[in-house]
Design a protein around this ligand. Structure first.
Ligand SMILES: C[S@@+](CC[C@H](N)C(=O)[O-])C[C@H]1O[C@@H](n2cnc3c(N)ncnc32)[C@H](O)[C@@H]1O
Length: 346
C-alpha cells in the first residue's frame, strides 16, 4: 500500500524544513518512548493487570517532534486505517458516509484514510488536544484534494463532557488514541463517540497485547450499548481470544527513502500491526469467518487460523477441497464467505 501522492508531497515539503539529522534524533526519541511504553504495558499484561498506557505521543514536545512523528508514523497509521476501514466498507458496500468525526486526530491521518476508502465524505471534524499536532495536521491538509471541508477543533476528550457538537456524524474514528487515554476515561469516551455516531464507529489501536486489550474492552461496551459489530469479528459474542494471544492484523506498506533515513534499516517495506473494531448502527453483510493469522501455505495444502461464530478454528485445506480457491486467495485479515468443511475448533 502507498500513501496518496498529495500526502507524500505534503510530507516531503515538511521534511525539507528541518535538518535530517535533527529529525532522525527526534524520531529515535519517539521510538524510545514508544518502546518504554510497550515494555511497561507488556509487564503489566504479564502480571495480569489492565494496562493504563502512558502516551508515546506525549513525547511530542516541539514542532520538530510533531514533524518527526508525522514523517515516521503517518504512512503506517494511514495503511492500518485504510485496511480496517476497508473491512467495514466490504461489510456495508452500499453505505456512503458523508460526515466524519476523528477524535484524537493527531496530524489528521484518519481523514486522509477515510476519504481514500469513502470519497463520499464531504465534511470532517477533527478533535485534537495538542496544538502542535493540530497545526501540523492543518498544514498537511492544505495539500488534500478539494471536496471535503475539514474543521479542526482543539479539544480535550477527557475533560469535555457535553455531546459532541455537529453530531450525528456518519463515521466516527478514534485511531491510536483510545489506547493512550487513562483507563477510566476510555469507557465514557467510547460511549460518547457511539452516541455521536449515526453510521459506524471505528476504533483502531496498535497491534500489541495492550492495544488489543483496549479494543476488546471497548467492543464489550459497544455491544452492551446495542452496536452491531461488523469487523473484524464475525459475531457479537464474547471474544474467544485466549489469554496470552491477541487479535491483530498487519498491513504492509512501502517505505520511502526519507523514512529509511529517519528510522534506519534498508527494508523497502514495513508491516504495521494493528487491532481494531468497527461498530455499526446497521448490520453488515454476513460472513462466516475471519482469517486471523498469515495462512500457512505448503505444497498442495493451506492451513487457515480462523475466528468464527463457534470460536477459534483451524482448517487444513487441500487441492481437492471446495474451499481451495478461497483458501488460495485468503490473506491475514480476509473475511471468508463460508466456513471450510473441515474447520475444527483450535
Ligand atoms: C498516537 S496519536 C494518534 C494520532 C492519529 N489519530 C493517528 O492515528 O495517527 C494520539 C493522539 O491523541 C491525542 N490525544 C491524547 N489524549 C487526548 C485527549 N485527552 N484529548 C484529545 N486528544 C488527545 C494526542 O495529542 C495525539 O495526537
Amino acid at each position: 500500500m502507498e500513501i496518496p501522492d498529495a500526502l507524500r508531497v505534503a510530507l516531503s515539503e515538511l521534511a525539507e524544513e528541518y535538518p535530517i539529522a535533527a529529525l532522525a534524533r527526534a524520531a529515535s526519541r519517539l521510538s524510545a518512548a514508544y518502546r518504554v511504553d510497550q515494555s511497561s504495558q507488556a509487564n503489566q499484561a504479564d502480571r495480569g493487570e489492565q494496562t493504563d498506557e502512558s502516551s508515546p505521543s506525549a513525547a511530542v514536545g516541539a514542532p520538530l517532534d510533531a514533524a518527526a512523528y508525522a514523517l515516521t508514523r503517518l504512512p503506517a497509521t494511514f495503511a492500518a486505517l485504510v485496511a480496517a476501514l476497508d473491512a467495514a466498507r466490504l461489510r456495508r458496500p452500499d453505505w456512503r458516509p458523508t460526515t466524519l468525526l476523528d477524535a484524537g486526530a493527531g496530524p489528521g491521518v484518519a481523514a486522509w484514510a477515510a476519504r481514500a476508502v469513502w470519497p463520499s465524505l464531504t465534511r470532517a471534524t477533527l478533535l485534537e488536544r495538542d496544538q502542535r499536532m493540530l497545526a501540523l495536521g492543518q498544514r498537511l491538509m492544505r495539500q488534500a484534494p478539494a471536496g471535503c471541508v475539514v474543521s479542526w477543533r482543539q479539544a480535550d476528550l477527557i475533560t469535555e463532557r457535553e455531546p459532541l457538537s455537529g453530531a450525528p456524524f456518519d463515521l466516527c474514528i478514534a485511531s491510536y488514541a483510545l489506547n493512550e487515554l487513562p483507563l477510566a476515561a476510555r469507557r465514557p469516551l467510547t460511549l460518547r463517540l457511539w452516541r455521536a455516531c449515526g453510521g459506524a464507529l471505528a476504533l483502531v489501536a496498535p497491534g500489541t497485547p495492550a492495544g488489543f486489550a483496549a479494543i476488546r474492552e471497548a467492543r464489550v461496551w459497544l455491544i452492551a450499548a446495542g452496536a452491531q459489530i461488523i469487523a473484524p469479528c464475525p459475531h457479537a459474542d464474547a471474544c474467544p481470544m485466549p489469554t496470552g494471544d491477541w487479535c491483530h492484523f498487519a498491513q504492509r506498506l512501502a517505505r520511502s527513502r526519507l523514512h529509511r533515513r529517519l528510522k534506519g534499516g534498508e527494508a523497502p517495506f514495513e508491516d504495521e500491526k494493528y487491532s481494531y473494531v468497527i461498530a455499526s448502527r446497521e448490520p453488515g453483510e454476513p460472513f462466516a469467518a475471519r482469517v486471523i493469522r498469515h495462512p500457512a501455505v505448503h505444497p498442495g495444502r493451506i492451513a487457515l487460523d480462523l475466528c468464527a461464530p463457534d470460536g477459534l478454528m483451524r482448517a487444513e485445506i487441500t487441492r481437492s477441497d471446495a474451499a481451495w480457491r478461497a483458501a488460495r486467495q485468503a490473506r491475514w485479515g480476509s473475511a471468508l464467505a463460508s466456513l471450510p468443511d473441515n474447520a475444527r475448533e483450535r
